[in-house]
Design a protein around this ligand. Sequence first.
Ligand SMILES: NC(=O)c1ccc[n+]([C@@H]2O[C@H](COP(=O)([O-])OP(=O)(O)OC[C@H]3O[C@@H](n4cnc5c(N)ncnc54)[C@H](O)[C@@H]3O)[C@@H](O)[C@H]2O)c1
Length: 596
Amino acid sequence: MAREFSTVGVVGLGTMGAGIVEVFARNGIDVVAVEISAPALERGRATLKGSTDRAVAKGKLAEADRDALHERVHFAVGLDALHSVDLVIEAVPEHLDLKQRIFAELDRVCRPETILATNTSSLSVTEISVATSRPNQVIGIHFFNPAPVMKLVEVVRTVVTAPEVVADVEALCARLGKVDVTINDRAGFIANALLFGYLNHAVGMFESHYATREDIDAAMKLGCGLPMGPLALMDLIGLDTAYEILDTMYRRGGRDRRHAPVPLLKQMVTAGLLGRKSGRGFYTYERPGSPVVVPDEATPLATESALADGARAITKVGIVGSGTMATGIIEVFAKAGYEVVSVTRGMEKSAKVCEAVKTSLNKGVVRGKLAEADRDAALGRISWSATLDHLADVDLVVEAVVEELSVKKALFASLDEICKPGVVLATTTSSLPVIDVAMATHRPADVVGLHFFNPAPVMPLVEVVRTIRTSPETTATARAVCAALGKTGVVCGDRSGFIVNALLFPYLNDAVKMLEASYSTADDIDHAMKLGCGYPMGPFELLDVVGLDVALAIQRELYLELREPGFAPAPLLEHLVTAGYLGRKTRRGFRDHSHR
Ligand SMILES: NC(=O)c1ccc[n+]([C@@H]2O[C@H](COP(=O)([O-])OP(=O)(O)OC[C@H]3O[C@@H](n4cnc5c(N)ncnc54)[C@H](O)[C@@H]3O)[C@@H](O)[C@H]2O)c1
């Protein structure tokens, strides 16, 4: 029989604590909610009220249920109010000495059988537990932000946590409607160990002006389907909390430089820019605690200013190549009203591409997404050619040929001879340096990267890669073209992986390393990222779709360019690729797909 928890205590009603109170009270459990001072208590009460009022307004909670929920919560200043609760969850700031002090005090105040839990994200639960005389009844219960929404709970057992305490807490999680993964006490557990290197890397990109905050966030949302971008997520977590988590993970997690907090973070914390809770972090919010972003001095002006940026007029576009990307890009441009010249290496290939474009457009018609007349108009705008000479009068060329530098360089040298002056020359490369391609021409200022995602007609993101020689007009033109295509163009520098792959693949590689270290299973790691962070797929699901060989190649590029030890490809990934386990395409990757 699992232990009954009828009353729980929550210590600290900040970003996490207030949400944790709500989770318990919503599920019919009485809560004693404790803060350090009367004003802090009021803030906590207001947060709970705001959250439940929003739930009522959204129709997710009945008014009567909200009122009953509030009746279950008893607010108090000081830990003494916790004398008769069955379980305490501590959610005070991420400092070991503070948490140890609170646990020593809880040990004194609470009944001997009370379970003491910490919501720490990165500190050692074991070290916290030894501040009490009952380390076997101390456990980590790590909720995710926002606690009422995110389904995952990481249950952290130490070497001394009693098995029945673990079982009781697991049963409690089920009662709360949460999914738990139970793991050992390691810095960052599953989700944060995989998340924070990525978040810190994104802050580093912002700090070095590699891309704007809007572009970094849009890239990860639109390129990977994440619920929010990394900088918006930092604001939600709280920059002070994020700083402490990174700092602890750096010290506890093997001094991985990727966890050394980017200096800008410390500056922002010192300046009181803590994110949503203080009303300003990477973004500016309506008021402290509000999720509503308001424009500030860094907010980009609306796109109609593109012409003022010197964007050139584009009406006729040449697209070179006959593969998946070229086919998709031809469709995208033709549908958006551009006159398109498709150039392949032979009329046979042209016929195939033409067929593929027709099939795709027809699918749009069948699905009711495209009118027949629009399909015919789009097809009518495309001319098919097997010679580059037909690109003499286009305004923009998009190159989407094989991913080999020598081939691309030769092509750009030819384009340089054939195309009229002022044309924008774009490469869709996903891994080669755009500057290498640009320098094959005598007009590197006109060369830019346009990194489309697959399938191009569907994916809303394009990375606009400017080299150190790309002119502002060329970048503005590329961005304006993306907007005209109905895509979001994000501008970034010419570094390996641009924005999306540079942030995504090291995270996937870290997941492989975690599996390799036998810290957790592929299923639990996938669960943790989906249910704790709202990712559309877990890392192993995604790796099997992307292809392990592709992931390994990208990771190697990143490692070779930056020589960051943490980017070294996981040996397990290399072994799987050597063994021919490449993912779904070979019916076996991290999982066996032969029966599906
Ligand atoms: N922010 C997140 O996204 C997130 C997610 C999961 C876990 N966590 C963890 O949750 C814990 C709390 O983080 P947070 O972001 O909610 O911090 P926070 O700064 O938003 O809130 C901490 C609260 O603790 C209160 N407090 C401080 N000293 C106290 C004391 N002696 N007694 C009672 N209350 C006290 C503060 O007044 C404040 O309201 C940390 O361990 C953090 O690592 C945070």
